[in-house]
Write a protein that binds this ligand. Structure first.
Ligand code: SF4
Length: 291
């Protein structure tokens, strides 16, 4: 719950504000870019929403903020924004919203499949999401890309008895009881339409999930940079090995996909699998220059 007394002075005057508990995760800037902008080590309201749609997006950012750092002076009704999640990305893939502080505001995704729904990484286990998932058939599999984005995995397991999947190299005390531990560096077929591809680098046990050769869920391995207009990896947030991460990136050139759906950074829809492959090849070349 944001506090007016902690409001940053650089907020644009008006109803919406960001307070000093912001951890600068960037979720609000991606959900409501017309309203929120970066400022030093935090986000702030760059411009108050000017239209109903901008206001709706700003409220969706408010309810998704991992630290409750966004407020409105009017104490606006956030129920429509809560009901807006999960938000469809494309086809049967949705963005969950409700990011968790435990995952530093990382984004998570929900895939609705006839053979069982998949939750990729962990949002906050809020009642709205639990109900929405239940109404859509529950969660069969919870794919955890790496150790940092596991947040409320235990709550989802309790609620849906889902099989949690995590690479053994990223298992910690908090995830010691996950049902399926991946091992090695070879790609693992979880189902006809689901491939788990180990991508060590950001962490030792990082893995990405490829769904239907179209949607690549990339955790903290790969994202789109709007500033550079390119696919990127996070050199400053590489906790294990940049060289290894570069090799893992190169490995992805063997797989066709159109969407990059990351935990941090922007998502990206390529014009075609070939266009995405070209983007990825540029990213690999850029990473090699940064070694
Ligand atoms: S979503 Fe919240 S914590 Fe993240 S940058 Fe915005 S205000 Fe800060």
């Amino acid at each position: 719950m944001a506090s007016l007394s902690l409001r940053y002075p650089d907020n644009s005057p008006g109803d919406f504000y960001v307070d000093t508990t912001c951890i600068d995760c960037d979720a609000c800037r991606r959900i409501a870019p017309a309203t929120f902008r970066p400022a030093d080590d935090h986000s702030t309201v760059g411009r108050q929403p000017a239209t109903e749609e901008e206001r709706r997006r700003a409220l969706m950012a408010l309810v998704s903020c991992p630290t409750g750092s966004i407020g409105t002076v009017s104490r606006a009704d956030a129920r429509p924004a809560i009901a807006a999640f999960p938000e469809r990305v494309d086809e049967n893939v949705s963005f969950c919203g409700f990011t968790s502080k435990d995952s530093f505001g990382a984004w998570s995704y929900f895939i609705e499949r006839e053979d069982g729904n998949v939750l990729v990484d962990s949002p906050k286990a809020v009642p709205r999401l639990l109900r929405a998932f239940r109404e859509r058939g529950g969660v069969s599999t919870m794919f955890l890309t790496h150790r940092d984005d596991v947040a409320d995995h235990a709550a989802f397991r309790r609620e849906f008895a889902c099989e949690r999947v995590l690479h053994e190299r990223d298992v910690s005390r908090a995830t010691a009881d996950v049902e399926r531990k991946l091992s090695g560096d070879d790609t693992i077929r979880l189902a006809d339409d689901l491939l788990a591809i180990p991508t060590p680098g950001h962490t030792r046990g990082h893995a990405v999930l490829l769904y239907r050769q179209k949607f690549l869920f990339t955790g903290d391995h790969l994202a789109w940079s709007e500033r550079r207009g390119a696919l990127v990896a996070f050199r400053d947030a590489c906790w294990y090995s940049w060289e290894e991460q570069t090799r893992s990136m190169e490995k992805l050139l063997d797989y066709p996909f159109e969407w990059v759906l990351p935990g941090h950074g922007a998502w990206h829809h390529g014009a075609s699998p070939d266009a995405m492959r070209d983007e990825l090849a540029r990213c690999v070349a850029w990473m090699k220059r940064r070694t």
